[in-house]
Design a binder for this molecule. Structure first.
Ligand SMILES: [Zn+2]
Length: 249
């Protein structure tokens, strides 16, 4: 389990779930829980174990909030929705991808990256974690830019489209963190390149739009929690500068 207690020690209530490749986050606020993103199907047992460790079961989760609807972010969303009776929230421009097997187009075929051993490993890990078995979310609640969601943690929505049409960043002011999903990633999931950067073109709906969206988060005074990679505690401005310097991939 990739819980990093030291990195989260000053933020009681926030827990990182997932594995080396994929993150999602559990937030506890006054005994109430929100799940941010939903990993892969294989991560279900991890979530159950974390809750059991606190004497809880899945019914403790009151809401699932998705940064976007790529498969590695919605893995157990439908299962949690059904078993916990928890509504699933997603940006209005992303709802069709969460509720069907349709996915947004990407700028480049991912097969272009298969020369990289890292890309092959990423896909292998995804298959092992159940990427091919993810059910669409049958019912979603939609949000839009500027909304403050009435769920534990009260995340504020900052629309940061590009990686996908409805990609959103979620600001948890009280915790001083911005959950960015794949607006920025801590490493390159297809080439292995290190550092905060945009997703590779092969995973992006529009890299130009993703680059533009960085302007919406760069002035935010918060640590960043990525969909991929370790938490970033050096501020959004530096992360954005790194991403611009590293450029497309
Ligand atoms: Zn993604």
């Amino acid at each position: 389990m990739s819980n990093h207690p030291d990195l989260f020690a000053d933020r009681p209530g926030l827990l990182r779930l997932g594995d080396e490749s994929v993150n999602f986050y559990l937030l506890e606020q006054d005994g109430r829980y929100t799940l941010f993103d939903a990993g892969f199907p294989a991560h279900y047992e991890q979530l159950i174990a974390v809750l059991a460790g606190r004497g809880l079961d899945l019914s403790a989760i009151e809401a699932v909030v998705l940064t976007h609807a790529h498969p590695d972010h919605i893995g157990i969303a439908e299962r949690v929705r059904v078993e916990a009776g928890a509504p699933v929230y997603v940006h209005a421009d992303e709802a069709r991808y969460a509720t069907t097997t349709e996915q947004p187009s990407s700028e480049r075929p991912v097969t272009d990256y298969m020369e990289h051993a890292f890309a092959r490993a990423t896909f292998e890990a995804a298959m092992t974690a159940g990427v091919a078995t993810i059910p669409p979310v049958k019912e979603v609640q939609t949000f839009t830019d500027g909304d403050v969601l009435d769920v534990p943690g009260r995340p504020q929505v900052i629309a940061t489209p590009g990686h996908s049409p409805g990609q959103s960043s979620l600001l948890l002011s009280e915790h001083g963190v911005l959950i960015v999903g794949d607006t920025l990633e801590g490493f390159n999931v297809l080439t292995g390149r290190y550092g905060p950067q945009l997703g590779p073109d092969g995973t992006n709906f529009s890299t130009d739009q993703a680059l533009q969206s960085l302007e919406r988060i760069e002035a935010i005074d918060a640590d960043l929690l990525f969909g991929h990679g370790n938490p970033w505690t050096w501020g959004a401005r530096l992360a954005v500068a790194c991403a611009r310097a590293l450029g497309r991939s």
